[in-house]
Design a protein around this ligand. Structure first.
Ligand SMILES: [Zn+2]
Length: 214
């Protein structure tokens, strides 16, 4: 990527004398070195343990419930959510409140909507989403949505919401396997042959022979 950028820069410089003004001693004058990640590329991967617990609890209680977890950013833009701190809590059909202080390192809060609403409520925003690094909503057997607070300066955060959430339970990293499958479709494609009975060409359409007037 970096090499490509550099080549473009050189081409531009040759193209026009105007670009001379942008030319500095440092060839990487435009390269800030920042790793820019678009909001839509953020992807949350929930541990199997957490999703199985949420699903199991969902079968047993008809109230809300909540738990805390830890976010691992080492594979960002994929954020892995793992570990569980399950507090003593009071809950009703439309309300949940922790009665225990969570350990600091648990920076994710997950709560469940028993009523199937896949959106955070105004109360969720005020008490959960604005007070945790990550807040996730579980409903109808899956994680519906999540907010992530990204720090801009000391007290200011930008809140990103994503529905790009997957459970490790269902997630298989197919990349190493895909690399081993060599697609030889192009090489084995049969040539078209003359069908003397119908006075037509038999033509391969990728799946089967199609009779085809020529
Ligand atoms: Zn809620």
């Amino acid at each position: 990527m970096g090499k490509k950028k550099k080549r473009k820069k050189i081409e531009k410089r040759e193209e026009s004398k105007e670009t001379e003004t942008y030319k500095g001693d440092d060839d990487n004058i435009w390269d800030s070195g920042l790793n820019i990640i678009k909001g839509q590329d953020i992807h949350i991967l929930v541990s199997e343990e957490i999703s199985r617990l949420c699903k199991a609890l969902e079968q047993r209680v008809d109230t809300e419930f909540m738990l805390y977890a830890k976010a691992d950013f080492r594979t960002f833009p994929t954020i892995t959510i793992q570990d569980i701190f399950f507090p003593e809590q009071e809950a009703s059909y439309a309300y949940v409140k922790s009665l225990e202080k969570k350990p600091d390192e648990f920076n994710v809060v997950i709560h469940r909507h028993p009523h199937g609403n896949t959106q955070f409520s105004a109360t969720d925003d005020e008490f959960l989403n604005n007070n945790s690094l990550i807040s996730m909503l579980f409903t109808n057997g899956e994680f519906a949505t999540a907010t992530i607070n990204i720090k801009i300066n000391g007290t200011s955060f930008v809140q990103v919401e994503t529905e790009n959430i997957e459970s490790e339970e269902n997630y298989i990293n197919v990349e190493p396997f895909l690399k081993k499958i060599r697609n030889v479709t192009q090489n084995t494609q049969p040539q078209q042959t003359w069908n003397k009975w119908n006075n037509k060409w038999n033509k391969w359409n990728g799946n089967s022979y199609n009779s085809y007037y020529y």
